[in-house]
Design a protein around this ligand. Structure first.
Ligand SMILES: Nc1ncnc2c1ncn2[C@@H]1O[C@H](COP(=O)(O)OP(=O)(O)OP(=O)(O)O)[C@@H](O)[C@H]1O
Ligand SMILES: C[C@@](O)(CCO)CC(=O)[O-]
Ligand SMILES: [Mg+2]
Length: 381
């Protein structure tokens, strides 16, 4: 969940939280006999999309491992030459027309794979979804490269998932940010940061502050199913900011103030029904104001407006999340809202072909499951 997005790219504070929807990445390194090394293949299986891509490792080596090997101790950006080589590698694949947007995620994968693991391995071996994809990929690859390790401490949910130390998380986050740059162009870093560290954070100009949410916050997420592209939307806000610099500076300033208020509010302990209700009312008001400012930035959409109108009929407040332009909308679920009303809202939204999820704010960050050598991290929306 994110409050006050877009302005964060321009230096304003924003608040983000991980939720309990996860991106899972499973990495299998198959040992090869010496005489098989030349035939090694890197295979990427995108299960949600039913697509598999493969590249002969020798081809990757020839195209991408020509730069001096720098090691993965420090994240570095993708150079223009490397980006051009990745684009050439992708041209060799027939990506179905309807899924052409996956090419950004594939580019980030090839960059992270060859930067973190490809150089050290024998040749044998993407709701903030882009950040969740980059965090899980970077984390899995850094774990396989022996640069990130579990420190024990089983996470609250499930079996076998282990926590990772702060310095290791920092490295995962830095690499994921470089991957995000390939997908987004100019990310603020908020999505990969909350995806890596989980919980709830305030983020401003690369600096994060952990927020301790004192009361549980539940949100309804409505997926409008309208496709959009964060890179294009972020670029659109930059263009509007250059056309109306004074007005937009005031918008970003207002967003910054809203983020500061939201941060103080979530950390405020509310102990009785009245206090919780008043806290939720303030949060709802701030969300409403934030949505107005996002409209000002030009990133709302008719599908988003339909969700806003539908939830307002039930006195519920909503705002777009992520880059807008379609995508998902957040609706605050007040503690005292009856299940009956919630079911009615969901039924009405789903009758308009939207898809709903109920989430609790404050999911886990990046974790490792050694058994399958797989990793997951909390998604951000
Ligand atoms: N699980 C995944 N598998 C492959 N590629 C992915 C995956 N998740 C994300 N991607 C890549 O990220 C792109 C979506 O990134 P984009 O930043 O536009 O949306 P988002 O991250 O879901 O939303 P936002 O940035 O607004 O929070 C996809 O088109 C794809 O290239
Ligand atoms: C729109 C944006 O603020 C959030 C996307 O989830 C972009 C960013 O911060 O990188
Ligand atoms: Mg993204």
């Amino acid at each position: 969940m994110e409050v006050c997005e877009h302005a964060v790219v321009h230096g304003s504070a924003a608040v983000a939280a991980a939720i309990d929807l996860y991106t899972r990445c499973s990495l299998r390194l198959l040992p090869l006999a010496d005489d098989e090394a030349g035939a090694a293949v890197l295979e990427l299986d995108l299960r949600d999309h039913g697509l598999t891509f493969s590249w002969p490792c020798a081809r990757l080596h020839e195209a991408l491992l020509t730069e001096e090997v720098a090691g993965a101790q420090e994240a570095r950006p993708c150079s223009p030459d490397r980006m051009a080589s990745i684009a050439r590698l992708l041209e060799e694949h027939e990506i179905p027309e309807a899924k052409v947007w996956l090419s950004a995620g594939l580019s980030a994968f090839l960059f992270l794979y060859t930067s973190i693991l490809g150089s050290d391995l024998p040749m044998g071996s993407g709701l903030g979804s882009s950040a969740a994809f980059c965090v899980s990929m970077s984390g899995a690859l850094l774990t396989a490269a022996g640069m990130v390790a579990a420190v024990g401490g089983i996470s609250s949910k499930g079996t076998g998932w282990e926590l990772v130390g702060k310095d290791d998380l920092e490295l995962v986050n830095q690499w994921a940010f470089q991957g995000e740059k390939i997908i987004h162009g100019k990310p603020s870093g908020i999505d990969n940061t909350v995806s890596t560290f989980g919980s709830m954070i305030k983020f401003k100009k690369g600096e994060l502050t952990n927020l301790k949410s004192r009361n549980p916050i539940k949100m309804l997420i409505t997926d409008t199913r309208v496709g959009r592209n964060t890179k294009a939307l972020v670029a659109g806000v930059f263009e509007r900011a250059s056309r109306h610099s004074d007005a937009m500076a005031s918008v970003f300033h207002a967003v910054n103030s809203i983020s500061e208020e939201v941060s103080s509010l979530v950390e405020l302990a509310a102990n009785d029904e009245i206090a919780i209700t008043s806290k939720e009312e303030k949060l709802a008001e701030l969300m409403e104001m934030n949505q107005g400012l996002l409209q000002c930035m030009g990133v709302s959409h008719s599908s988003i407006e339909t969700v806003l109108r539908t939830t307002l009929k039930f006195n519920l407040v909503s705002k777009l999340t992520g880059a807008g332009g379609g995508g998902c909308v957040l609706t605050l679920i007040p503690t005292l809202l009856s299940n009956l009303v919630l079911e009615k809202v969901i039924a009405e939204l789903e009758s308009q072909s939207f898809r709903c999820f109920i989430v609790e704010v404050g999911g886990q960050g990046f974790q490792v499951c050694q058994g399958g050598c797989s990793c997951f991290n909390g998604d951000v929306v």
